[in-house]
Design a protein around this ligand. Structure first.
Ligand code: DQA
Length: 155
């Protein structure tokens, strides 16, 4: 997209894809619920999709709430948008919601499983109070669908 002076904007926008606890075991952990694809497989698919839209993405995972919050702070003014699967922190973390509220760009929330079809404690998400969109129950495909949506939001 040309800027006001007619120059092409050559700065590539980066989407940060954050993952919470236990998702390092994706593919091995409860495969009946979460499938057999690993987080590396997800990263590869998201990169392909992001590149199709002229974007880049960076996927990270941590088991530590504070680290997730630090990464969100570091993304301020750097990442164009955040896609987040907060895993169990979805249902517990006001601190994560507060951190996401400090981020100026679009936020999309992804859950591999349909959290609304599962135990009652998974039905409430603190993060949804900030998210511009939520995908749940599409398996790992939800990540690349979120990248597509993010590309539209950033266009
Ligand atoms: C999850 C759903 C959460 O309830 C759970 O704690 C997870 C994964 C999902 O992707 O379906 O760890 O976020």
């Amino acid at each position: 997209m040309p800027d006001v002076n007619g120059r092409q904007n050559l700065v590539t926008k980066t989407i940060l894809i954050l993952n919470g606890p236990n998702l390092n075991l994706l593919g091995k952990r409860e495969p009946d619920i979460y499938g057999r694809d690993s987080l590396d497989d997800v990263a590869r698919e998201c990169t392909v999709t992001a590149n199709e839209f002229g974007l880049t993405c960076e996927l990270k995972q941590t088991n530590h709430e504070g680290e997730l919050i630090d990464w969100i702070h570091q993304a301020r003014g750097v990442a164009a948008g955040i896609i987040i699967n907060p895993a169990a922190f979805t249902h517990t973390s006001v601190a994560l919601l507060d951190a996401l509220n400090t981020f100026e760009g679009p936020v999309l929330e992804v859950h591999i499983s349909n959290i609304h079809k599962r135990e009652a404690f998974r039905h409430y998400s603190y993060v949804s109070g900030r998210a511009d969109g939520v995908i749940a129950g599409f398996g790992v495909q939800g990540y690349s669908l979120a990248v597509q949506r993010m590309a539209r939001l950033l266009a």
